[in-house]
Design a protein around this ligand. Sequence first.
Ligand code: FMN
Length: 186
Amino acid sequence: MGLLGEGITEVIAITKDNAAPMGIIAKSNLSPKMILFKGSKTAKNIIEYGWVTANFVSDCYLYPQYAFSDVAADDLVDISVGGIMMQRLLSADAWMAFRTVVLHETEETYYIDLLLVTSEYVREESHPINRGFNSVIDATVHATRYVHNKDSRLRDLIEYHLSVVAKCGGPREREAGKLLYEICGL
Ligand SMILES: Cc1cc2nc3c(=O)[nH]c(=O)nc-3n(C[C@H](O)[C@H](O)[C@H](O)COP(=O)(O)O)c2cc1C
C-alpha cells in the first residue's frame, strides 16, 4: 500500500487547481478508494479530469486552510505523470498520483477507485505523535459539517478537540485552532 496505512489516511487531495483534505480508504490486496460527497470541487474535478494526487503533509494548518479556502497557484507544482499533466502540493513531504475511475454513484456520493501511477518521497520528515495535531484534523472534519448545520453536538466535539489542541499542540496547532474558532464563529 506504499505510503497509505490500512484504514483511512487523511491527505490533502490535489485536483486541477484545487486542494482539499480527503480520506483515502485502504484495505490490503485492494486498490485504494475515495468516497466523495457531491458538491465539492474535488468531486467535480475528479469526474472531469480523471486524476488526483494524495499529498502527505506535516503542517496541520493546511487541513483547515484547504478545507475552507482556495489554494494559491504558487502552492502547486505541475508534474507529468504517465503522460498526464497533474499537480501536487509544493510543501508535500510525499505524494502519490492516481488515475481515477467511478465505481458507483448515489444521489449524494461517488465511490472512486484509485489506480496508482507513481509516488515520491520528497523529504524525510519525522512526524512526532501529537494529540494536538490529530485533534486539528478531527476538529476540521467536524467543522466542515458544522458550518452548514450549526449542530450543537458538533460544536461540543469541536470545542473538545480545540481544548486538546490548546493543551497538547505546538504553535502551528494553536494557529490552526485559532483559524477553526474563527471559521466556526465560536
Ligand atoms: C480530514 C478530512 C477528511 C475529509 N474527507 C473527505 C472525504 O473523504 N470525502 C469528502 O467528500 N469530503 C471529505 N472532507 C470534507 C472536504 O474536505 C470539504 O468538503 C472541502 O470543503 C471540500 O473542498 P473542495 O470543494 O475544494 O473540494 C474531509 C475533510 C477533512 C478535514
